[in-house]
Design a protein around this ligand. Structure first.
Ligand code: NAD
Ligand code: DAU
Length: 353
């Protein structure tokens, strides 16, 4: 088959990446979608079983830190666009082991941009390097205000510092070499297929199994939650309409204190598990805070809303219910993860906390 475009999606076996791959494979049958992923602990091809046999989907096991492997990948395919999601993504892991974050998030991004420049040879018409980033690059907010695209970078964790570094490299490659690049910075995602080291799936799994639900510090930190398919829809719009050199903020306009979010989740779980109201809340356990824990994130996504007509789903409760239902009806997915190395990580992270 002759494809109209060939698109590389890195990190497509991860949480957000798998939703982006599914969306592009289904919505653009005339695009060849190449998912390149190293399959780290967070990469799971089980996330893509529904589309893996489609004729426009291709998987390449590639480590983006391995320069030769990246060069080989770009030699095999002639990419028109790159949507770069591959990263080490968990803040707590960046505190216990920052090195991998430097390798993958910074060096991996530079390897991809060098390969794109080499492949495109200054003929940039119809080409785009789209870098997926996070609101955490802007640092932490007090009780007022929101991050806009003009907010100064002020990353506070090794994870956010590595993402900020990669954003700076992308901007520098756009400015210096003319690489047609866009960046989007998104708030906290939730939804199906999220690895259970992150707050919401970790809490769902622990509530289900009557285990303590660890809340860091006093649970007063605030995050702005966005349903993962809304993020995938925004990525699609930005990929099709984004202007090279621009940054777009993506957020749910949906701020929750961690403790309030966990209480809402407990209520939903009580209903779904036919427990009397208040049962799951008893599992909430306050534990030692995350070092350097950012207090509050809030994203102003009005640029994206105005320029591209994007908006997030209106009801957080409905999104959370959908997420809980997915985890409860996909217990095999969760069990496969818990029975692997993740079990050891959980013990070392939370025992004695
Ligand atoms: P994830 O940890 O679930 O998935 C990351 C994927 O990248 C995995 O499939 C993993 O195997 C792959 N990967 C890691 N190192 C690699 C390497 N060296 N080479 C190739 N592949 C590699 O992450 P996620 O939560 O889906 O996040 C995806 C992207 O979105 C990241 O860039 C992250 O910074 C960004 N982001 C995430 C959120 C969020 O709330 N999860 C919010 C904003 C931005
Ligand atoms: O803001 C976007 C970022 O959101 C992404 O760039 C990151 O990749 C993603 O991991 C996420 O980072 P957070 O650190 O905000 O997400 P996490 O799910 O780890 O934690 C959410 C909040 O809950 C945070 O304030 C820490 C707290 N927390 C987390 C865990 C895992 C707890 O209280 N208990 C926990 O066990």
């Amino acid at each position: 088959m002759n494809f109209r475009k060939t698109i590389l999606i890195t990190g497509g076996a991860g949480f957000i990446g798998s939703h982006v791959v599914r969306r592009f494979v289904n919505n653009y049958p005339d695009y060849r979608i190449v998912n390149a992923d190293k399959l780290t602990y967070a990469g799971n091809l089980e996330n893509l079983t529904d589309i893996e046999k489609k004729g426009n989907y291709f998987f390449e096991k590639t480590d983006i830190v391995d320069k030769q492997a990246v060069v080989k990948l770009f030699g095999k395919f002639n990419f028109d666009g790159i949507i770069h999601l591959a990263a080490e993504s968990h803040v707590d892991r960046s505190i216990t082991g920052p090195d991998e974050f430097v390798f993958t998030n910074i060096i991996g991004t530079v390897n991809l941009m060098n390969a794109a420049l080499n492949s495109w040879q200054k003929v940039f018409v119809g080409k785009l390097f789209y870098h997926i980033s996070t609101d955490e690059v802007y640092g932490s907010l007090g009780s007022e205000g929101m991050f806009t695209e003009k907010s100064a970078y002020d990353p506070k964790s090794p994870y956010s510092a590595s993402k900020a570094s990669s954003d700076h490299m992308v901007r520098a490659y756009n400015h210096t070499f003319g690489l047609p690049a866009v960046i989007s910075n998104c708030s906290n995602n939730y939804g199906p297929n999220q690895f259970p080291e992150k707050l919401i799936p970790l809490a769902i799994n622990n509530i289900k199994n009557n285990k303590p639900v660890p809340v860091y510090g006093k649970g007063e930190n605030i995050r702005d939650w966005l349903y993962v398919e809304d993020h995938a829809a925004a990525i699609d719009l930005i990929f099709q309409n984004g202007k090279a050199g621009e940054t777009y903020n993506i957020g749910g306009n949906n701020e929750w204190k961690n403790i309030d979010l966990i209480r809402l989740l407990c209520k939903i779980m009580d209903k779904r598990l036919n427990r009397s109201i208040g049962t799951s809340e008893k599992l909430i356990t306050f534990v030692k805070d995350r070092p350097g824990h950012d207090l509050r994130y809030a994203i102003d996504s009005s640029k994206l809303q105005k320029e591209m007509g994007w908006s997030p789903i209106p009801s957080f409760e409905a999104g959370l219910e959908k997420t809980v239902d997915w985890y409860l009806s996909n217990s095999g997915w969760l069990e496969n993860i818990i029975s692997g190395d993740y079990g050891k990580y959980y013990e070392s992270m939370y025992s004695g906390r």
